[in-house]
Ligand binder design. Sequence first.
Ligand code: CO
Length: 152
Amino acid sequence: MTLMHTTLAAVALSALALPLAARADPCKVEISGNDVLQYDKRELAVPATCKEITVTLHHSGTQPREAMGHDWVLVKTADLAAVDQAGLSAGLANNYVAPGDKRVLAHTKVIGGGETTSVTFSASLLSRGGDYSYLCTFPGHSALMHGKFRFG
Ligand code: CO
């Protein structure tokens, strides 16, 4: 193969790769937590055209859920502190989310190192451009483990 053919092949391949990437579902997003109280993203965003949203949470660490558990809890930013506080008394058996807490818009369970979980929820709970945040409700984590969730 000549150099020119190789270059043309590379251009053709990158042209193919673009539509494939664009086809990835923007209503499905992913985030990871590690063993040192960090999510790998400060912000998640989905378009307001999504009817249903799926958030997948990975735990990239090795610590067990009892010691370094992480969850992903979606709230209005104004409710973050109160939801975190209510989750504290709910305990690990309730994934540190108070049962029936209407301020919780969506949440995963608490996972430990090497685990993955996800939550799928209706976007009808959200308003375009609303001020939303996510947090980890494991005791003591939310000060570092929180971020903005943008819808629209
Ligand atoms: Co955590």
